[in-house]
Design a protein around this ligand. Structure first.
Ligand SMILES: Cc1cc2nc3c(=O)[nH]c(=O)nc-3n(C[C@H](O)[C@H](O)[C@H](O)COP(=O)(O)OP(=O)(O)OC[C@H]3O[C@@H](n4cnc5c(N)ncnc54)[C@H](O)[C@@H]3O)c2cc1C
Length: 387
C-alpha cells in the first residue's frame, strides 16, 4: 500500500468523523482523517466547551444506544486520561399533558431509567430560582450530565493518532470519484481507499454532490447564548444545578435548553433549539436574532436569577433533517461510500456509537444497532429524483 492508499478515508474531523476514525484504527485498519480547516477550529458543529448527555429521549432507539454510549465515553476518558463527563442530571419540563412531555416520560418509564419526579411542592426545594409553569410536569434524568466537548474531540483524535491513524488537516476535499477504490482529491493530491465515510456536518451536501446525491438537510446557525447570574454560582454545576430541557415552552416552537454555569464562571448557557438557515461558508452573515428575543422573554419569566440580556454570544450550526433523526447509511448507488449526516443538533453525545456503526458499515460488517430509523430511503417522498 502506498502512502496515499488506505483501507478507509473519513472526510470531516468533527466528533462523528473523529470517532469513526478512532473505531477504524481500533479495528487495525489503515485510516486517513481529512479535515478542511486546521485543527482545532470553530467553524463547524463540534466546537465549544460543553454538550448535554442524557438517556431521556422521545424514542426508545436513542435511549437504547445511550446505554453503550456512556460506557464508550468512559473508555475514552480512561484511554486519554482526561475528564470528559460531569454528572449533573437533566431536568425535563413541559406541559404535563402535552405530547412531548409524555413521550419523554414514557420512554423513561418503559426503560426503567433512574428518574426523580418533581411535583409542584418539591420543585422549588430541588430546583431553586426557577419559576415553574402551573401546568408543567417535571422530572430529572439522574444519569445525565455535561460532556466537555472540545476536550472530547481532541481526545478521540489523539487516541486515533496513537493507534497509527493519520490526520491531515488544512486539506479540503474538492472531488470524490466513486469506484471499487474510491479516489478523493484535495489541493495536495489524490488519496485512494477501499471505502469512504463522509461526515462533513453542514457541508454534507456539498460533498455528496460529487456523487450525485442530495439529501433534504437544512443548515441553521445557532446563537449560543450565555446569561449572567445575578448571584454568581446560583445556577452552577457546583451548586448541583442540573442541565435542563423545556419542551413546548409557551409556544416557543422548539425546545429551550440550558446547562449549569461551569465553563464561564458566573454565566449560564441557555439556547433555543433552532436557528435561521445559513450557508456554512458564510454563516457570520446570518444575523437573525429572533431566537435571542424568545430566550430573553423566557429567561425573564422563568430564570429570575439571570440577567435577560446575553453576556456572551457564540455561534455554531445544526444540520437538520425533516424528522430530526440522523442519517447513518450507505450511499444508495455506491455501497462503499458511507454517510453520517443530519445530526439535527443532538448528535454529540452519540459520537462513540455513531463512529462505531459508521466503521462497521465501512468494513462491510452488520451494524450493532438497527439503523432503519436512519436510512436515506425514508426521504424518498422529499426528493425522489435526487435519490
Ligand atoms: C450550539 C449547539 C449545541 C449543541 N448541543 C448539543 C448537546 O447538548 N448534546 C448533543 O448531543 N449534541 C449537541 N449538539 C449537536 C452536536 O454538536 C452535533 O450533532 C455534532 O457536533 C455534529 O458533528 P459532525 O461531526 O457531524 O459535524 P461537524 O462538527 O461540523 O464536523 C464536520 C467536519 O467536516 C469538515 N469538512 C466539511 N467539508 C469538508 C471538506 N470538503 N474537506 C474536508 N473536511 C470537510 C468540517 O470542516 C468539519 O470539521 C449541539 C450543536 C450545537 C451547534
Amino acid at each position: 500500500m502506498s502512502s496515499r492508499d488506505f483501507d478507509c478515508i473519513v472526510i470531516g474531523a468533527g466528533i462523528q468523523g473523529s470517532f469513526t476514525a478512532y473505531h477504524l484504527a481500533k479495528n487495525g485498519k489503515k485510516a486517513l482523517l481529512l479535515e478542511q480547516f486546521f485543527l482545532p477550529h470553530s467553524r463547524g458543529s463540534s466546537h465549544g466547551q460543553t454538550r448535554i448527555i442524557r438517556k431521556a429521549y422521545e424514542q426508545d432507539f436513542y435511549t437504547h444506544m445511550m446505554e453503550e454510549c456512556f460506557q464508550l465515553w468512559a473508555q475514552l476518558e480512561s484511554e486519554a486520561g482526561v475528564k470528559l463527563y460531569r454528572r449533573t442530571g437533566l431536568l425535563l419540563m413541559g406541559p404535563e399533558k402535552g405530547r412531548e412531555f409524555q413521550l419523554f416520560k414514557s420512554t423513561m418509564e418503559r426503560n426503567r431509567l433512574p428518574t426523580v419526579t418533581l411535583g409542584p411542592a418539591d420543585f422549588s426545594q430541588h430546583i431553586p430560582n426557577v419559576n415553574r409553569n402551573p401546568g408543567d410536569g417535571a422530572f430529572v434524568d439522574t444519569t445525565a450530565g455535561v460532556l466537555y466537548a472540545d476536550r472530547a474531540l481532541r481526545a478521540a483524535q489523539e487516541v486515533f493518532r496513537s493507534l497509527g491513524g493519520v490526520i491531515m488537516d488544512g486539506e479540503k476535499v474538492v472531488d470524490i470519484k466513486p469506484g471499487p477504490l474510491v479516489s478523493v482529491t484535495t489541493a495536495s493530491g489524490v488519496y485512494r481507499a477501499k471505502s469512504l465515510v463522509i461526515t462533513a456536518g453542514p457541508w454534507a451536501n456539498t460533498l455528496l454532490s460529487h456523487t450525485h446525491l442530495h439529501l433534504p438537510l437544512q443548515v441553521v446557525k445557532i446563537n449560543v447564548c450565555y446569561w449572567r447570574e445575578r448571584t454568581p454560582g446560583a445556577y452552577s454545576a457546583g451548586n448541583r444545578f442540573p442541565c435542563f430541557i423545556h419542551v413546548e415552552a409557551e409556544g416557543a416552537g422548539h425546545h429551550i435548553y440550558g446547562l449549569p454555569s461551569n465553563e464561564y464562571p458566573g454565566l449560564m448557557k441557555v439556547c433555543y433549539h433552532m436557528g435561521s438557515e445559513t450557508d456554512p461558508d458564510d454563516r457570520d452573515r446570518q444575523m437573525d436574532r429572533g431566537d435571542i428575543d424568545i430566550l430573553s422573554r423566557y429567561i425573564t419569566r422563568h430564570f429570575p436569577g439571570l440577567v435577560p440580556v446575553p453576556a456572551v454570544l457564540e455561534s455554531c450550526m445544526y444540520t437538520v433533517t425533516p424528522d430530526h433523526h440522523f442519517v447513518l447509511d450507505r450511499h444508495p448507488s455506491h455501497s462503499n461510500i458511507i454517510i453520517g449526516a443530519g445530526f439535527s443538533g443532538h448528535g454529540f453525545k452519540f459520537g462513540p456509537i455513531v463512529g462505531k456503526v459508521l466503521c462497521e458499515l465501512a468494513l462491510g460488517q452488520v451494524p450493532s444497532y438497527d439503523l432503519s430509523p436512519f436510512k436515506i430511503q425514508r426521504f424518498s417522498s422529499h426528493s425522489k429524483s435526487a435519490l
